[in-house]
Design a protein around this ligand. Structure first.
Ligand SMILES: [Zn+2]
Length: 460
């Protein structure tokens, strides 16, 4: 017999009751430095894997397997919970690896010694994305491991660094067959504002080089006529933006952003912009950071200022990161940037341009039955607040792979990671209230989507 459907109040009460235990789990998991980046030990990744499995088992999940491919150092966890016969399948994804802590000195407490303080948990990985593992386990507990949908839980250990796993959905789409997907690696634009993420920008890197002399030459003897490769390259890079800071490379898509966004003050605060320094670009903030291109110089070869060299540079190289409108093919955008740079002849000097790896962005289909189910669930979880939409400047490559493998499944991006969590930065923190509400949202979403996607009546 099916378990009875819980009502909103019952789910909220159960989530509140479970919260202290879930916080303990976040602390336990975040104490493990499960950094997937090359050069970090793999032991902690396996340890985090084991704790995540343990959390699922403790929540009542019995069927747990793993995917381990060549090129992976830590397996992807696949956990299944059967729903009532005929119930739709919901795939829920997040990850147990984290990015490195960076400079420990910038943290208010040691990054891998998580502390609970003022309604938060501070530590690397607490928000991105160990809180979401706790939220998933919590929602399963709310339903007593008898959810109204069939669940397939995917917990990856390679999200932050990338691995051969990213292609698995394309080679084994059956593993990911679902009626709807929850990607719990994101969260609200700000605490208290329920948000569905509908766009992720694509990304492509472009390398540009200038070669001017057979070897470096004395700047006193030759400077003034011998072309300095670095100066030439800087001149070319200066053509990418106009005086206001907007990207002026032809062929890059930019559209107005119509969903939620940050205020200028909020954004200044989040980006830690120094007083007196203006933001760059014009137009609405959303179109600058989400539905428009951004170009950043992420590498530039030059002697450090502590060891300068009195020489005209014979060659120079820069690596650019181009962020792309979610709906534009990243490779196409990379070629547009490449064509722009090739057309530059700083001081008449030709440039060598190489367009590197491209990762497409993601644009969610909105307005379907699962979308509306998620809207209802999030609104209820955040006390009736209307749901807003958000995009993210960064990409989640696995989402693109899911979308390609199972295009018909609606993809809902929500989770416990709010815009103030300092993810990938010092003092990463999780807001415990957001965790509780994410458990509520997840549990109610499963109930709502079970009804919305119910096909059992149609066959009668
Ligand atoms: Zn993440």
């Amino acid at each position: 017999m099916d378990a009875p459907l819980l009502d909103d109040a019952g789910i909220a009460a159960e989530a509140a009751r479970l919260t202290p235990g879930l916080v303990d789990d976040v602390v336990r998991l975040s104490r493990i430095p499960s950094v997937a980046t090359d050069g970090f030990p793999v032991g902690p990744l396996h340890e985090a894997h084991d704790v995540a499995v343990d959390m699922l088992r403790a929540a009542g999940v019995q069927e747990i397997s793993q995917i381990m491919l060549d090129g992976m150092t830590t397996p992807t966890i696949v956990a299944d919970v059967a729903g009532p016969p005929g119930a739709p399948t919901v795939l829920v994804y997040t990850h147990y690896d984290v990015v490195p802590a960076g400079d420990d000195a910038l943290w208010s407490s040691p990054p891998f010694e998580p502390v609970v303080v003022d309604g938060t948990v501070v530590g690397r990985g607490t928000a991105d994305s160990k809180a979401n593992i706790a939220a998933i386990a919590g929602a399963i507990r709310v339903w007593g491991a008898r959810p109204p949908v069939t669940l397939r839980i995917i917990l990856e250990g390679h999200e932050e660094f990338g691995s051969s796993y990213e292609l698995h959905p394309l080679t084994s789409p059956d593993t990911y067959r679902a009626d709807a997907m929850v990607i719990a690696d994101v969260g609200n634009v700000r605490p208290g504002q329920p948000t569905l993420t509908i766009g992720l920008r694509g990304s492509v890197s472009v390398t540009v080089e200038a070669h001017t002399l057979g070897t470096d030459k004395h700047s006193g003897q030759f400077g003034g006529a011998a072309p300095d490769a670095r100066t030439a390259l800087i001149r070319a890079l200066a053509t990418l933006h106009d005086d206001a800071g907007d990207v002026v490379v032809p062929g890059l898509l930019r559209e107005p952003w119509t969903g939620a966004s940050y205020t200028q003050d909020e954004f200044r605060d989040l980006a830690d912009v120094l007083p007196g320094v203006p933001l760059v670009g014009t137009g609405d903030l959303g179109s600058r950071i989400w539905s428009g291109p951004a170009i950043t110089v992420i590498g530039f070869d030059a002697p450090p200022t502590t060891a300068p060299l009195n020489a005209v540079a014979s060659s120079a190289r820069a690596v650019l990161n181009l962020r792309v409108h979610p709906g534009q093919k990243a490779a196409e955008a990379g070629e547009a940037l490449g064509a722009h740079l090739r057309a530059q002849r700083p001081f008449g000097i030709p440039l060598e341009v190489t367009v590197g790896e491209a990762g497409d962005g993601f644009l969610a289909k909105t307005g379907g039955p699962a979308w509306h189910a998620a809207e209802r669930a999030l609104s209820i979880a955040w006390d009736g607040a209307p749901v807003d939409t958000l995009a993210m400047g960064g990409s989640i490559p696995i989402v693109m792979a899911f979308d390609e493998a199972v295009p018909q499944a609606e993809k809902l991006l929500f989770g416990a990671t709010d815009g103030y969590c300092n993810i990938h930065a010092p003092n990463e923190r999780l807001l415990i209230d957001e965790l509780t509400r994410t458990v509520v949202a997840m549990a109610i979403f499963w109930r709502e989507v079970a009804t919305a996607l119910d096909t059992t009546d149609e066959e009668a």
